[in-house]
Ligand binder design. Structure first.
Ligand SMILES: *[C@@H]1O[C@H](CO)[C@@H](O)[C@H](O)[C@H]1NC(C)=O
Length: 330
């Protein structure tokens, strides 16, 4: 109460996103690094989506889910990095309050959808390895579509509820957000109304949205690994494991960073370290996924090789057509 009285009560229309502080010498390097990361992430994920869309061999639930995950990653980086790059290049750190809430809204939807999709992927692997006889009945195009729709709809619903309240908040304490994007907790600190209920609701949704997928994924993988260990032949074991190893790596990277962020208490960790951890899960995870899948997954690898081959043949054919044309002209 005392604190509220001491606050400046004129509502704020703009925030300042402090980003990585004021080190002018570092700006060109940071801009370059983030630009490269952005291009690599978007290109890699578009490649995955294109392969899944065009290659008949990848028209199965496992790769539909992967394609959707890549869509999430493309949007995830596109919400954060272009804005960060613009700030680094122009030096203009202001963002309107509405703009900030919209960024938070989309960031929330994508961060909620990602663990749900990862869970759907583990469920698919669980059925394929632990229940192969029922796989075709329990997991097919229609079921996969329903799962994907459920992931998107539930996260959109949950985030819409939170954001309806966010839009009603007034911000009047200070303009400065010491982060590189509009995240929930730094924003809520600047609000001048009573936010306890909102914080409670958000915390509950976030906890359920992370913990339930995590436990389901963990259970699926315990069953998967137990089943694989029971396969008598080494070759069979390797074969079964190869279909889920890339997913397992993606899962480890994702939950590894999420757990690191939750385990390190915010108050005790230096701000810089917290920003670096946030960078990991907002910027680096989306970049790593396509790399893991195109390097480690045999089918994606094969599909990529075929696509490159086709492109080369197409170019050669193009060239020979041009030769013929030139020949005729001559
Ligand atoms: C996402 O999943 C749906 C449902 O299975 C599928 O039809 C669609 O092709 C997927 N999207 C991508 C980009 O793979």
């Amino acid at each position: 109460m005392e604190k509220a009285e001491g606050r400046n009560q004129t509502p704020i229309m703009e925030f300042l996103l402090l980003g990585f502080g004021n080190v002018p010498e570092l700006q060109p390097l940071l801009s370059f690094v983030f630009l490269v990361i952005y291009i690599v992430t978007v290109a890699g994920n578009i490649l995955i989506v294109a392969l899944v869309a065009t290659d008949q061999h990848l028209h199965i639930p496992m790769y539909y889910l992967l394609g959707n995950l890549s869509c999430v990653e493309i949007c995830h980086t596109s919400i954060i990095l272009p804005r960060l790059l613009a700030t680094l290049l122009t030096g203009d750190k202001t963002i309107s309050v509405k703009g900030c809430i919209v960024q938070l809204y989309f960031f929330g939807i994508l961060s909620t959808t990602e663990p749900l999709l990862l869970t759907a992927m583990s469920y698919d692997r669980y059925l394929a390895i632990c229940n192969p006889l029922c796989y075709a009945a329990l997991m097919n195009g229609r079921v996969c579509f329903k799962l994907v729709a459920a992931c998107w709809i539930s996260s959109i619903l949950a985030c819409t509820i939170v954001n309806v309240f966010m839009f009603q908040l007034m911000f009047c304490d200070s303009k400065e957000i010491d982060h590189f994007f509009c995240d929930f907790s730094p924003m809520i600190k600047l609000s001048c109304g009573d936010t306890q209920n909102l914080q409670l609701v958000t915390f509950t949704i976030a906890a359920i949205g992370t913990l339930v997928p995590f436990l389901l994924t963990l259970t699926s993988y315990i069953c998967i690994i137990a089943t694989i260990l029971r396969i008598p032949s080494t070759l069979g074991r390797q074969k079964a494991f190869s279909t889920c190893s890339s997913h397992l790596i993606v899962l480890t990277v994702f939950y590894g960073t999420v757990i690191t962020i939750y385990v390190f208490p915010k108050a005790k960790t230096p701000k810089v370290l917290h920003k670096i951890f946030s960078l990991f899960y907002t910027v680096l995870t989306p970049m790593i996924n396509p790399v893991i899948y195109s390097l480690r997954n045999k089918e994606v690898n094969e599909s990529l090789r075929k696509a490159i081959l086709k492109l080369a043949v197409f170019r050669n054919r193009h060239r020979s057509l041009k030769d013929i044309f030139l020949h005729i002209v001559k």
